[in-house]
Design a binder for this molecule. Structure first.
Ligand code: BDR
Ligand code: CA
Length: 321
């Protein structure tokens, strides 16, 4: 590891934007991805793990990478997956994609019969690099909430946590009040935000400012031979169509890739120290984040982003010419 390389574990519910975030991390020399763990969210956790292995077929990854499977359900409520956004398989319905000769472009990668649980994978990573590892969470915070309960000392060994979630000064994307990751497991989000961990929040306030239009994706991926770039074009179709139906604009939001972008280059965003609370009780407002600038801060929230610089970084790393 060079002096400028930063060790990370990614906790994720792939998810198309999760997949692109993982690919961005694995193609970024600033990061050494030492662990990836899955959590229920966009899809059931078994499917999330299956999707992770599909994504790992596309790129070389470190031979010692620890992979673990985490929570099967949110802390206190049934899972509400987001397959209406990410497609039935969570990866944009890849089975429908054919090569010019009619063969399937994406074959099932298969998953190992048994995997360590997420906490075991984190423990192993942190045992080797205590105080050096950043945890990047791209899904509901269920695994981290469980870890805080079961092994608080272990979690304190993270150097920092970067978390995609919340909607502070903008509307939610599941309900008018809430962003998806916090909506799915508000009790976990509440537990994490009250934990005192060194937390950077990457909310919708910044992630909705980094999107690729349908036309931009078509241009970027036309004639692509790079499998990662081809995947970007193949997997984003259903989510772009969903945005077209619901917002009248066909575009793909790079929510989770921006959280990885913040790990690669923290100067991409401007952070504000804030106390952030999560609504857990009121049904209509479940998962809503509210900020309080007057009380002692609990997080560093990314509230502004250099969108053009991030988009250039994302595109050049995922679509190599
Ligand atoms: C978040 O919700 C999920 O559907 C995405 O993968 C992302 O993590 C955005 O609200
Ligand atoms: Ca996600």
């Amino acid at each position: 590891m060079s002096a400028n390389t930063h060790r990370v574990i990614i906790d994720t519910d792939p998810g198309v934007d999760d997949a692109l975030a993982i690919l961005l991390a694995l193609r970024s020399p600033e990061l050494e991805v030492i662990g990836i763990t899955t959590v229920c969210g966009n899809v059931r956790v078994e499917q999330a793990t299956k999707n992770l292995f599909r994504v790992l077929e596309l790129v070389p990854f470190p031979s010692g990478l620890f992979i673990g499977q985490g929570a099967v359900q949110p802390l206190r409520q049934p899972l509400e997956p987001a397959t209406h956004v990410h497609g039935a398989d969570g990866l944009g319905e890849l089975d429908r994609i054919r090569n010019p000769d009619g063969t399937r472009r994406y074959v099932d990668a298969g998953t190992p019969r048994s995997l360590p649980n997420a906490l075991t994978a984190w423990r192993e990573c942190l045992r080797r690099s205590p105080g050096e590892v950043t945890l990047i969470t791209l899904g509901p915070l269920t695994n981290l909430a469980h870890a805080l309960e079961a092994e608080p000392a272990l979690v304190r060994a993270f150097r920092s946590v970067i978390c995609m979630g919340g909607a502070l000064g903008v509307p939610g994307n599941v309900t008018p009040a809430a962003e998806y990751n916090f909506y799915v497991d508000p009790h976990a989000a509440d537990r994490v935000l009250r934990s005192g961990l060194p937390l950077t929040l990457v909310p919708l306030d910044v992630t909705t400012r980094v999107s690729l239009s349908r036309e931009a994706i078509a241009k970027l991926t036309a004639h692509a031979t790079d499998p990662v770039c081809r995947f970007l074009g193949d997997a984003t179709g259903p989510a772009v169509a969903f945005a077209q139906r619901t917002e009248g604009r066909g575009a793909f939001y790079l929510h989770d890739p921006l959280a990885v972008g913040v790990a690669i280059d923290p100067s991409l965003v401007k952070r504000v120290s804030l106390r952030v609370a999560v609504e857990t009780e009121d049904r209509a407002a479940r998962g809503r984040t509210s900020m309080d600038r007057a009380s002692p801060p609990t997080v560093q929230a990314a509230m502004d982003v250099d969108a053009a610089r991030f988009l250039t970084l994302f595109q050049t790393r995922l679509c190599r010419r």
